[in-house]
Design a protein around this ligand. Structure first.
Ligand SMILES: [Zn+2]
Length: 56
């Protein structure tokens, strides 16, 4: 294990594929969960209060 450019070779394996609900490359292939919209976890869209622009 080493930091820097040589260790980037381990990053070729893609863990995230295109989500078929939101279309972004955020669907974790191993966990079968989309980190962007929550596909696989919840039926509703994944959203949080802190994501709102004018939230307080
Ligand atoms: Zn998604």
């Amino acid at each position: 294990m080493s930091k820097g450019t040589p260790s980037r070779g381990k990053c070729q394996k893609k863990s995230h594929i295109r989500c078929r609900r939101c279309g972004s490359i955020s669907f974790n292939f191993n966990r079968k969960v989309c980190v962007a919209c929550g596909f696989g976890t919840t039926k509703k869209l994944r959203s949080y209060k802190w994501m709102r622009k004018s939230g307080y």
